[in-house]
Write a protein that binds this ligand. Structure first.
Ligand SMILES: Nc1ncnc2c1ncn2[C@@H]1O[C@H](COP(=O)(O)OP(=O)(O)OP(=O)(O)O)[C@@H](O)[C@H]1O
Ligand SMILES: [Mg+2]
Length: 226
């Protein structure tokens, strides 16, 4: 709880300080300065929103409260949309997308699978610098689809790797960046609910490859607890 409170306070104190600055000095600031500050406030509020969403989803999942709401949908479209939206936040970053031979449609919970992919793509962006490329590939493997997100960022040390899916666990080289340590465990839980899996392969200072393994049709409905 202390860690979560700290994570929530960081963007909140940014908003607080910037807003106070605007109130006190608005008459002396140029339109450009006001715009820059307003944009910083906006980004901090997005971060806050993201944190609250992660905490709420995790709480629901750990209470056994996530139910799948499966439907038939175009997985390739979902992958393209996530990459477009996430990549759009860093227009300078090379984002390579390679989708081949996917089934036309799959059956699964579109909202949850999108959330899992956003978690993995946003990690790849957070833990690598903005000019380093990110490769997203999607391939059919037997009756599964493997979506792989590869970055060339800080990587995960061999010592930390076995613990990386545990809730609240954060790698020792990641602690200078904000985060709750809940994202990957939530993504893993979502894939397990679908009868799939999450694979993490990484080398420190080289980069990380996270694969989401999604069955084409099989939704087990089995409840895992994290
Ligand atoms: N692409 C990556 N590169 C390097 N380390 C990663 C990557 N993805 C995850 N990690 C490591 O795994 C840990 C757990 O990731 P997770 O997404 O669960 O939490 P977080 O990113 O720390 O916080 P949050 O997702 O809530 O912002 C991270 O703290 C980091 O150490
Ligand atoms: Mg994360």
């Amino acid at each position: 709880m202390a860690l979560l409170a700290h994570q929530l306070r960081t963007p909140l104190s940014t908003i607080n300080a910037l807003a106070q600055g605007l109130i006190r000095r608005a008459d002396r600031l140029s339109t450009h300065d006001i715009q820059v500050k307003a944009e910083k406030i906006w980004r901090a509020s997005l971060r806050l929103d993201e944190l609250i969403e992660t905490i709420l989803s995790y709480t629901r999942a750990s209470a056994g409260g996530i139910m799948l709401n499966p439907s038939e949908f175009h997985l390739a479209e979902l992958i393209r949309r996530v990459c477009r939206e996430q990549g759009g936040q860093e227009p300078e970053r090379p984002f390579h997308l390679d989708i081949r031979d996917l089934p036309e449609t799959i059956i699964g919970d579109q909202v949850l699978l999108e959330q899992a992919l956003v978690i993995v793509v946003s990690n790849a962006m957070k833990y690598s610098s903005p000019h380093q490329p990110i490769d997203v590939t999607a391939r059919r493997e037997d009756s599964m689809v493997r979506i792989t997100v590869k970055d060339r960022g800080i990587g995960i040390s061999e010592r930390d790797l076995p613990f990386i899916l545990q809730p609240f666990f954060r790698g020792r080289n990641a602690k200078k960046l904000p985060g709750t340590g809940l994202g990957l465990s939530l993504a893993w839980y979502i894939l397990k609910l679908h009868g799939g899996n999450l694979d993490v392969d990484s080398r420190e200072r080289r980069g990380t490859k996270v694969s989401l393994i999604v069955p084409e049709t099989n939704t087990t409905g089995i409840s895992y607890s994290i």
